[in-house]
Ligand binder design. Structure first.
Ligand code: FES
Length: 315
């Protein structure tokens, strides 16, 4: 269901960077260069049934010849990572979209603090490579159960040197966001990993006086709120005046498509940003984890977000 261009790339290397994480190197079979990307970007990996999964690019953004992904095997997941681990071996073809970025480095930052938990280190690995190559001031904090379970650790050590700080719970070491204290002038923080880590970073830095716009977070998993009960609502399409009724058990994205509105999408769980659209009026209930707070006044993700009463869509 994605409108993003999909390339057929060849797996030239598939190695285990930890017992659970597969590191894939992909190249184009004919072209020497792939579409360019910035640190923090992800691609969609298309599965044989047409569904997609989003994975951050974790290689060197300056290397146009290859994409590198690190994919954790999730035994209790939705099946995408199990298929990937079983099938994307050397010589296999992977269907991969052009990159998209919701988690870029702040161009005006004078110092960067990167905090990654588990597989959440992948977008930060690309950031660290760029920052190291450009001589920027940065530090990377890696949180994992142990060194053996920390993805990409040898290469991160080589890239970061003494700017890498590891927090392994098996050794009793835990990253404490409160220890970061008040923000220096020009510092930005970037966190990616499990909700427990990113929530703690956001809460800790907010309590220490960090402005919201200097704390950047990327989530790999959708918002969890078991108490939320979806209600029906209506969507008025501004360009045509058509009203689309959205029942409680169907997404706005699905209902728009059923009414002939072509909508891009990818994850359909509110983590990738592909389906973003504008709205002009109404009370939107934002249920995604990707849209920045500053954009929520007039943008929404119709794959998961809903509304009260009637929302007027900029479509
Ligand atoms: S399709 Fe990914 S956020 Fe909506």
């Amino acid at each position: 269901m994605s409108a993003r261009i999909v390339m057929k790339l060849t797996v030239v290397e598939a190695i285990a960077t930890t017992p659970e994480v597969l590191r894939l190197t992909l190249v184009h079979p004919q072209r020497p260069e792939l579409p360019s990307w910035e640190p923090g970007a992800h691609v969609d990996l298309r599965l044989p049934d047409g569904r997609t999964r989003q994975y951050s690019l974790c290689g060197d953004p300056a290397d146009r010849g290859r994409y590198v992904l690190a994919i954790k095997r999730e035994d209790a997941g939705r099946g995408g990572s199990l298929w990937t681990h079983a099938n994307l071996t050397g010589g296999a073809i992977a269907h991969v979209s052009h990159p998209r970025n919701n988690f870029g480095l702040a161009p005006d930052a004078r110092r960067h603090l990167l905090i990654g938990g588990g597989i959440g280190v992948t977008p930060l690995a690309a950031m660290a490579r760029r920052l190291a190559a450009t001589g920027a001031d940065f530090a990377l904090h890696v949180c994992a159960r142990s060194a053996e379970q920390a993805p990409l650790l040898p290469e991160l050590r080589a890239v970061c040197g003494d700017r890498l700080r590891c927090w392994f719970s098996s050794e009793g070491a835990r990253f404490d966001p409160a220890a970061l204290g008040a923000p220096d002038d020009g510092i930005h923080a970037y966190a990616c990993g499990p909700h427990g880590l990113t929530d703690a970073v956001q809460a800790g830095l907010t309590a220490a006086g960090w402005p919201e716009e200097r704390v950047h977070v990327e989530h790999f998993v959708p918002m969890a709120d078991e108490n939320y009960k979806p209600e029906p609502f209506d969507a008025l399409i501004a360009s045509t005046g058509a009203v689309v009724h959205v029942p409680a058990d169907v997404s706005l994205l699905d209902m728009l498509r059923r009414h002939g509105v072509a909508m891009p999408s990818s994850c359909e769980i509110g983590v990738c940003g592909s389906c973003e659209c504008g709205y002009r009026g109404g009370t939107v209930i934002h249920r995604d984890v990707v849209l920045p707070v500053a954009k929520r006044q007039d943008r929404m993700m119709p794959c998961v977000s809903r509304a009260r009463g009637t929302v007027t869509l900029d479509l």
